[in-house]
Design a protein around this ligand. Sequence first.
Ligand SMILES: [Zn+2]
Length: 415
Amino acid sequence: MNWLEQSENVAVAEGQSQDESWISSDRFVAQFDGAVDDYLNTLITEALKAGASDFFFTPREETVDIAIRSMGLLRPWGQITRDFGLRLIAHLKVTANMDILRSFHPQDGRIRFRLKNSGSIDLRLATLPTIEGEDMTLRILDSRNMLTVEDIGFHRTNYKRLYDIASQPGGLILVTGPTGMGKTTTLYAVLKHLNDGTRKIHTLEDPIEYTLDGLHQSQINLSRGVDFPDLLRGILRQSPDVIMVGEIRDNVTADIVVRAANSGQLVLATSHARSTVEACEAMLFLGVQPQFFASCLLGVVTQRLVRKLCPQCKLSLHGEHDDGQKQMYVPCGCPDCNHSGYKGRIAVGEVLKVSQDLEKMIREGASMYQIHQRAVDEGMVDLRTDAQDKLEQGLTSVDEILRAVPGQFADYNVQ
Ligand SMILES: [Zn+2]
């Protein structure tokens, strides 16, 4: 598709076909396209500096509002005129091969965006029809920033356990936590560790978040009738050693996953459950037989992400010389952290490694409290202990812990 054709589509999509003056000139089209690209370049470069992971374009009556998500928190970024904003959204849709004429259906796509002077990044786009037009979300997928398991910030005991369960030849590992809490980052960190050329690794995602050389990555495509169970069966016929399933959403997928994990493949999957034990309950709720589930389950990783205090400006609550009390720190703000008091994020989590005793308890339907307590007795550093540890090390603040780890999920003693 050449530029003029793209721009004609833009015009039709915006209901501007009656005014063809701006598409009748190649020169004008080139300027228009250049203006959008220049604007996107500046916007993305600036927002990357501010640590943005997502952009949100929201059409309003006279403007298109732009917000970013940075370190998990939404914040306004600016406004552009509605006319320019709609052109920008249409331009992104065309570039991502989305159907420009379908503005009343949610769509998704992906583009590689070249940044001036600093390489290129992958962007995942998703649109949603709204009362004022069409919202667009851009997620930045920067494979250059892919972390290792050590970088994520798990407690030393937890990441050793994670390596331990991930090096098993077969079985199921669940990574659980709310959306935006770094589950995919953890899965990719594990895959990066396993991707040493000795294993055939397949991923099944919706959509693909990162690309990693050496992996076989597949994406479901519901509009073409390709769903999770279909692709998963296809992958099993490819003789995989490791399978990463984005999310177990239905009973057919759950059944296939457990069969694969029981027949010698290492399967990694995510769940939106809030805690380790709820993740186990969710699998049983999907109709998986407890004995098959218990016999293949290697472990469950539960995690949250909290913002890290800026080391340049954090303030001690008890002063430097107060030896009797444990140190706690609060954010302050300096030029180094954009005056937010925080810089980067770190995981707070727990890794439940299924022992023979725990396998028996899951099989027999033991309570949430009993399973958790047994795991702690066996040496698991739980979410609450890890959070406390990170507070005492001055890595994060009480506010961050309270925001990301609500008390009822961290404190099993109240059950
Ligand atoms: Zn600072």
